[in-house]
Structure formats: structure tokens, C-alpha cells
Design a protein around this ligand. Structure first.
Ligand code: ADP
Ligand code: MG
Length: 864
């Protein structure tokens, strides 16, 4: 094989250590990629693939495929590769090519990964970007997550036979962009399915030992935090240690903004599993995966990105202690009652930049002049907020007022140093404020007044020498010179050094002239370098104040979230619920917070709910399709959830006993991709619920047993309900919607079970949905009427009625065959008609591929 060039050798050495990343290799003004990296990048980024210098065609590296991108526009390219799940290792020239002897030194300055991006192109403003770690060992598990764009870090521990399940829910809650797993966790099938299929998060497998983990945690957060960790479960320690190790390995830069660890215990927050989270559409809709139509969409009226992130995290972590809930709800109530302050606060909060993410970039050293000026603008908005908060004499709002540091000194320091609108680059000068530094001012004077300075020197020399024709000129060969015509040659002073003789004169230089010249020629470089130095001083100083600034940012975020909850409560007519440990759920005129907002023109019919520990513990809800069963059940769950994040709720009044968890089993799932049938998924979910629920849980079970044959389905549904409702077994509060009317007889056999139905009125052939929940089972299912509403052909409807009558009169006996003269509809073509009408109704272009697959599956089943 031909010799490698020295540069290619250097490349291969660096590549060897970064095999799993795409290597961006800095060459002059470009980042170049070689070999398979170049092939990948050219495919993913639509770049042209070339080879180096084909003609010479002798050495190995000259035939290697390559492609490149200009370094100044790299951010967008990196963001695109990260979004596609790649990691990018950035290799820079670490010495100045102009002064380097031989090959320029190069080194990796950072590896950008999905969980560690810092630039705005890759980050979503209202959402944290977590890099997580999970450690699994037999019956112990540990979880840690860090958002390096804000510095926020959490960790927790799980023990016991269900440790793995809790871990799974925690991973789903944080929904990290990237996760570091130990070998055991990496081999866990459920964790793999969740991370790869549902969250599509980037997986890294690493191991770490105890001492190394302790050292990296102590190094990051101080020795003291080690005592937060449980003595009998080392898994969280190893998870966090693994995470920190990975962050340092990839980031290389300063990460001291990651300085507080939130070690939380189980029982502090309500655990929500992935199906509850998705079925209740907390942060995105089930079908479109959009924010619009989710609970967050209704609640989020925050004015800052920091507030948006905090509100989202509240929604993802409802509280469990009445004290914590009341503390938050007290603030919301005060803000609800004080309209003037609430509205002024909303105005004052508007437009505050993302201080948390700006600070991370400042600490990390990647912030530019504009970032720092944006931070100053944010700081300058703090004093009015503090003033507004002084009206609250006590409670958390008063505490926020006290802890909100308005950072005047830092804002002043930035204002004195940087111009109001600095240019994008911090390398080319012109951003330090005039008057801040005498040397900058002097160099700028030279830079801008270069010509003027020469003119005044010319005037001075004329006066000193008395040579009227003396001129200062410039040429490329020896720069500035003084020209004197022959007639004045005798008057030239000794200090003049002759440089050139012309036909009618001589050219000279002087030391003074050359000094001035070098000042002018180098002023530009010197001032840029000096300005950059002054800028990095400022950046370092700000980085030193990171905890102060982050504390203010967090106060702003909390206040913004509270204001958002208050303004939503006011504009949507919510009430403050009484939250206690009574175990009773009592709601008057409750509404579904999202459905009422999605269709503002339609009237939403409010409904009451009563569920006690004994009486009304379980409700069987019947009623025709489309009556509103699912909506009602979700509404109860959402009201409970809202109450437990400290929010007001859509109702006239409510008294809500804290529930430990909310479980849901609703609708079709999309797990066909994982090779499981809908019924199998349904049963797995039900089984998970029955294992994990307690008597303090709220269960929403919607049409259990739908995915199998009638008798199977009904038997399973009855058995599940018996188990849930029976105080000797689970005895949980259960809302159970079913189309099996036969189940309504359980009201008599099981204490605490009550029948409800959602009222409809039949008028002749038509039905009207009343949307009111009333006691008692539904008298009939009105399936045929609903089918008519859906547009089934009249012939089919008529035939269905005949069949129904026959079935009802001689229960069990198969329906009489069709009369010859009747419409030619057999039972099998009935199914076909149903399939056809379903196809007509379906809006194919709004279906996801998975939903389409589900639909196909369902239709096929109908035909069999
Ligand atoms: P079911 O589960 O009984 O088939 P859904 O809960 O899916 O019925 O409700 C069907 C539709 O009825 C919903 O999409 C919603 O628009 C409407 N709806 C449900 N409850 C109400 C209500 N209380 N007030 C107004 N409209 C409602
Ligand atoms: Mg339903």
C-alpha cells in the first residue's frame, strides 16, 4: 500500500478514537469528512462526494471519498445529522496554521450527540432536552437525567421486584433524546422496545465502577450530595456517574453550570405509565402527536421558554402531598384574585429571553456577543417583576419575590462593556462599547482616523522643515513615505532616511512615520484581539455567577408557570378544588378541559361525578357509541390530574381526594409494529394495571374485551371489573365503560358498584345525544341508529333491524335466512358493506402508517 500523507495519518489516528461518530475534520475554512463518514454525510446532507486530487493518483488517501462543508455554516449541518440520530465529533486545528511548524496540531474539541446539543437549531424552546442514564441490576434500578442546555439534573432510585417497571415509566416520563445504559439495562427487552420504538432515543452502552462514579458525582456536585443516595441501592449512583462521565467525555468544555442535583424519592410525584400519559394526551395527541389538542395546549399560556419547560414538567410530575398541592394552588388563587397584578406580570414576563440556555452557552464558552446582550436584556426585565411581587405578603409568591435576584450589577457590567447591537462574530471586533477600555478607543481612533493621522503628520513635517512641497504618499513597495522635490533637498533633516530617488525629487521615511504606519496596519488585528480578550473576561465573570443567575431564571420560570395556570383558570372559568386525603372524588358540573376548547362553537354539556371509598367506588357506564362515555371518563381523570398539579379545574366546584396513580386502558394501540395483536396489547396493559394499581388509584377502563369474541370479551370484562371493584381484592376507584349490557347486573352483586348511562333520546328512527350521565344502565344500545347516523345504506339498516328482532325474540336461534324477494343482503355481505362504508368514511391522508395498519387489520377481521 502506498504511503499515507502525514495529515491522513493524523486523521486516521483521530478517527480511530471516534469510530461511532461522524468526524468533522477542520481543514482551513472547511470541515472535511472522509471515507464512510463522507458517504454517510453526502447521503444525509445532499453533499457532493469527491476524491482528493485524482490525477496524481498514487497514494491511498488521494482515492478516499470525501466531502466538506464551510465551517461557518456548520451548525445547520450538524443539527441535521443529530436529528437523524448520528453523533458528530468536531476536530479543530488547535494551533495557528500561520505559525505552526509542519503539520498543524488537531484535536477533538467536542462530540455533539442527540442528548448534548446546545445550539438553538436543534433545541425546542419549550421543552427540555435530556440525556439520561439507566442502571439495572436484579431488583435494583437507578435513573439519572441531565439537560445540559439548562444544567438541570435529576436522579432517583427504585428497589424491589417492580424496580424495572418503575424505571421504564421514569424513562418514558423524561423521554430523553439519548440514554446511557449498563449491560443489563441494554439487554432488557422492555427497555429496548420503549427507547428504540416509542421514544426513538439514541442508546449508548457503558459500564462504570463505584469509586469512579462517586468521584465524578462529588467532582460535579460536591461531596455532600453523596449522602442523598440510598445506602442499600448503588444503582442510581452508578447511573449518574455513568452519565456525568459520558457528558465530560463528549463535551470537553466547562460544565460547571451543572451544579445542583435534584435527588427525588419515589412517592414525591405521581407515577404515570406510558399508556396513561399517552391516552390522556397530556403533552401531545394520540393520533397526530401534536401539541394542539393536548392538555398542555390548553394550559400553556406561559410567556417564556423557561416557564414553558417548567409547566410541562409539572404536568409530567403531578404531586401527591396535599401540602405541596395547596402551596401551589394558593399562589394560583392569589393570582386569579388579583387581576391587575396578574396581567401586569404577564406583560412583564413577555419577551424575557431563555436565561437558562444562554447561561449554559456562557459557561460552556460558546456564547457570542449577541447571547450576552440577550442575557442583559432579560436581566433588565427583572426589577419590575420584583416590584409587582411585593404586593403578596406571604406564601410562595412572597418567597419568589425575596429570591428573585434582579442581577442589576451584572446587567450594568454587560451594558458598560458591550454595545447594544453587537455583530454576530466575536472575532472581528466592533462590539466593545466606546469608552470602556482606553486602548480599544486609541486603536479604533487609529483605525478610523488613519488618513487624518497621516495628513496631520504631513502638516507637522511641513511646519518643522519649512518644505512647502513636502507630501506623504503610499506605495506597495515600502508603504508610507515622505516626498520632497529637488528644490528643497537641502532642507531635509538628518532624521530622514532616503529610500528612493526620482527624476524631480526624493522619497524618505522616518522612524515616526514607520511607527504610525505599523500602528495603522496592525490596529485592526490588535483591536480585534483585545476586544475578544475583554469579551472572554466578561464571559468568564458571568460564568462565575452561574448559580445566582440560574436561581433567578428558575424563579422566573416558576412565576411564569403559576401566572399561566391562573390566567387559564380565569379565561376558561375553572374553580379551585378542595384537595384532601378523603379518598372521595366529587365534581359538580365537570367539563373536559380539551374537548370544550377544541369545539368552541359547540356547547359542552357538564356532568357530575361522585366516587367514594365505599359508595360509588366503581361505575359501569353504558350507552350507545358516540354518546360520550370515553370523553366523560377522561374528563374525570384530567380533572384529578389538574388538581394534583395545583391547578384550578374545569368544574363549578370539586372536592378531590388525592389519588396515588391514574391508570388508563383506552382505545386501539399502535403496537402492531412490535408484532403484537391489538387484543394481546390490550390484555398486557390490563395485566400491568391490575399488578400496579392500589385501592387509592383511579382506573379508567374503556371497553375492555373489545378485541376478542363476544363471550370471551364479556367474561374477561366481568372478571376484570370484579377484581378492580371488590374491596377484598383491589377495591380501586374504577370507571368502566362497556358495550356489554349484561354487566350491569353486577350492581346488585357487588357493593360499591353503580350503573350509569349517558342519556340519549330516541325520536322515531333517530337518536339525539343528550351528553348527560344519569344513574342506571342503558336500556338498549341503539347500534342500528348510530349506524344510520354513520351513513349505512337504508337496505342494510332495514335488514339489520329484522335480524335484531329475530335474535331478540328467539335468543340463541340463528336468524332465518333472507327472503328471496328482500334486498340481496346476506350476513357476509353485511360485513362487506360495513367495511366499505368504513373505508368511505376514513380520511386516509390523516392516518399514520401504524393507524392504517390497524385499520386494515380491523377490516380484515370483520370480513372473517
Ligand atoms: P363514546 O365513547 O361513548 O363512543 P365519545 O366519548 O367518544 O363517545 O364521544 C363522542 C363525541 O361526543 C366526542 O367526540 C365529543 O365531541 C362529543 N361529546 C362527548 N361528551 C360531550 C359533552 N359532555 N358535551 C358535548 N359534547 C360531547
Ligand atoms: Mg368510547
Amino acid at each position: 500500500m502506498a504511503e499515507l500523507t502525514p495529515m491522513m495519518k493524523q486523521y486516521l489516528e483521530i478517527k480511530e478514537q471516534n469510530k461511532d461518530s461522524i468526524l468533522f475534520f477542520r481543514l482551513g475554512d472547511f470541515y472535511e469528512m472522509f471515507g464512510s463518514d463522507a458517504r454517510t454525510a453526502s447521503r444525509e446532507l445532499d453533499l457532493t462526494l469527491t476524491t482528493r486530487d485524482k490525477d496524481k493518483n498514487k497514494s491511498f488517501d488521494e482515492k478516499v471519498p470525501m466531502c466538506g462543508i464551510p465551517y461557518h455554516s456548520s451548525e445547520g449541518y450538524i443539527a441535521r445529522l443529530i436529528a437523524k440520530g448520528y453523533k458528530v465529533a468536531i476536530c479543530e486545528q488547535t494551533e495557528d496554521p500561520a505559525t505552526a511548524k509542519g503539520l498543524v496540531k488537531r484535536d477533538i474539541i467536542r462530540v455533539v450527540t442527540p442528548g448534548t446539543v446546545l445550539d438553538d437549531t436543534s433545541l425546542e424552546a419549550g421543552r427540555s432536552n435530556f440525556c439520561a442514564a439507566a442502571w439495572l441490576a436484579e431488583d435494583k434500578a437507578g435513573f439519572a437525567a441531565c439537560d445540559i442546555s439548562t444544567g438541570q439534573t435529576h436522579a432517583t432510585a427504585f428497589s424491589g421486584p417492580d424496580a424495572g417497571v418503575h424505571l421504564l415509566n421514569e424513562v418514558a416520563r423524561f423521554s430523553p433524546a439519548e440514554i446511557i445504559l449498563n449491560d443489563t439495562a441494554a439487554q432488557d427487552a422492555a427497555l429496548r422496545m420503549l427507547t428504540e420504538n416509542k421514544l426513538s432515543c439514541h442508546r449508548e452502552v457503558r459500564e462504570i465502577d463505584g469509586p469512579a462514579a462517586r468521584a465524578s458525582i462529588a467532582g460535579q456536585f460536591g461531596e455532600k450530595v453523596l449522602s442523598d443516595f440510598p445506602a442499600d441501592n448503588f444503582a442510581p449512583l452508578l447511573a449518574l456517574g455513568n452519565l456525568l462521565h459520558y457528558l465530560h467525555e463528549t463535551q470537553k468544555g466547562d460544565l460547571h453550570h451543572i451544579d445542583t442535583l435534584d435527588f427525588y424519592r419515589q412517592g414525591q410525584f405521581m407515577e404515570l405509565d406510558i399508556s396513561a400519559r399517552r391516552n390522556l394526551e397530556l403533552t401531545e395527541t394520540l393520533r397526530g402527536k401534536e401539541k394542539k389538542g393536548s392538555l398542555l395546549w390548553v394550559l400553556d399560556k406561559t410567556k417564556t421558554a423557561m416557564g414553558a419547560r417548567m409547566l410541562r414538567s409539572w404536568l409530567e410530575r403531578p404531586l401527591l402531598s396535599v401540602r405541596d398541592i395547596d402551596r401551589r394552588a394558593d399562589c394560583v388563587e392569589r393570582l386569579v384574585n388579583d387581576t391587575v397584578t396578574r396581567e401586569e406580570l404577564a406583560l412583564a414576563l413577555s419577551g424575557i429571553g431563555d436565561m437558562e440556555r444562554l447561561m449554559s452557552r456562557i459557561v460552556y464558552g460558546s456564547a457570542g456577543g449577541r447571547d450576552v446582550v440577550a442575557l442583559r436584556a432579560a436581566m433588565e426585565k427583572l426589577p419590575p417583576i420584583k416590584r409587582l411581587l411585593t404586593v403578596f405578603p406571604k406564601g410562595r409568591l412572597q418567597e419568589l419575590c425575596r429570591t428573585l435576584d434582579t442581577l442589576d450589577d451584572l446587567a450594568g457590567r454587560i451594558a458598560a462593556t458591550l454595545q447594544d447591537e453587537p455583530p454576530f462574530s466575536v472575532r472581528e471586533g466592533e462590539f466593545i462599547r466606546d469608552g470602556f477600555h482606553p486602548e480599544v478607543d486609541r486603536l479604533r481612533g487609529i483605525l478610523h482616523g488613519g488618513k487624518g493621522l497621516m495628513a496631520s503628520m504631513e502638516a507637522q513635517e511641513k511646519e518643522k522643515t519649512g518644505i512647502r512641497t513636502l507630501k506623504i504618499g503610499y506605495n506597495k513597495v515600502f508603504g508610507y513615505y515622505i516626498e520632497v522635490s529637488n528644490s528643497f533637498k537641502d532642507q531635509v533633516p538628518d532624521t530622514y532616511i532616503r529610500k528612493q530617488t526620482l527624476v524631480n525629487g526624493e522619497r524618505y521615511i522616518t522612524q515616526e512615520l514607520k511607527n504610525l504606519e505599523s500602528d495603522i496596519l496592525t490596529a485592526s488585528d490588535r483591536v480585534s484581539a483585545l476586544e475578544y480578550e475583554l469579551f472572554t473576561d466578561l464571559r468568564t465573570e458571568l460564568a462565575g455567577q452561574v448559580s445566582r443567575i440560574q436561581a433567578s431564571a428558575s424563579a422566573v420560570a416558576e412565576l411564569d408557570s403559576l401566572c399561566s395556570l391562573a390566567s387559564v383558570a380565569v379565561s376558561n372559568g375553572y374553580c379551585r378544588p378542595t384537595v384532601d386525603d378523603s379518598g372521595v372524588l366529587e365534581i359538580h358540573d365537570g367539563r373536559h378541559p380539551v374537548v370544550e376548547k377544541m369545539r368552541p362553537d359547540a356547547l359542552f354539556v357538564p356532568n357530575d361525578t361522585y366516587m367514594g371509598e365505599k359508595e360509588g367506588r366503581a361505575a359501569i357506564i353504558t350507552g350507545p357509541n358516540m354518546a360520550g362515555k370515553s370523553t366523560y371518563m377522561r374528563q374525570v381523570a384530567l380533572i384529578v390530574l389538574l388538581a394534583q398539579i395545583g391547578s384550578f379545574v374545569p368544574a363549578k366546584s370539586a372536592r378531590l381526594g388525592v389519588v396515588d396513580r391514574i391508570f388508563t386502558r383506552i382505545g386501539a394501540s399502535d403496537d402492531l409494529s412490535a408484532g403484537q395483536s391489538t387484543f394481546m396489547v390490550e390484555m398486557t396493559e390490563v395485566s400491568d394495571i391490575l399488578h400496579a394499581a392500589t385501592k387509592d388509584s383511579l382506573l379508567i377502563l374503556d371497553e375492555i374485551g373489545r378485541g376478542t369474541s363476544t363471550f370471551d370479551g364479556m367474561s374477561i370484562a366481568r372478571a376484570v371489573l370484579e377484581y378492580c371493584a371488590d374491596p377484598k381484592k383491589l377495591g380501586a376507584k374504577t370507571l368502566f365503560a362497556t358495550h356489554y349490557h349484561e354487566l350491569t347486573d353486577m350492581e346488585h352483586s357487588l357493593p360499591g358498584v353503580q350503573n350509569y348511562n349517558i342519556a340519549v333520546r330516541a325520536r322515531g328512527e333517530e337518536i339525539i345525544f343528550l351528553r348527560k350521565i344519569v344513574p342506571g344502565g342503558a336500556d338498549r344500545s341503539y347500534g342500528i341508529e348510530v349506524a344510520r347516523l354513520a351513513g349505512l345504506p337504508e337496505g342494510v339498516i332495514a335488514r339489520a333491524k329484522t335480524i335484531l328482532r329475530e335474535l331478540e325474540s328467539e335468543a340463541g336461534k340463528p336468524p332465518a335466512p333472507m327472503q328471496e324477494e328482500a334486498d340481496q343482503v346476506s350476513l357476509s355481505s353485511l360485513a362487506e358493506t360495513e367495511v366499505l362504508s368504513r373505508l368511505r368514511r376514513e380520511q386516509v391522508d390523516t392516518l399514520s402508517p401504524l393507524e392504517a395498519l390497524n385499520l386494515l387489520y380491523e377490516l380484515k377481521q370483520k370480513l372473517q
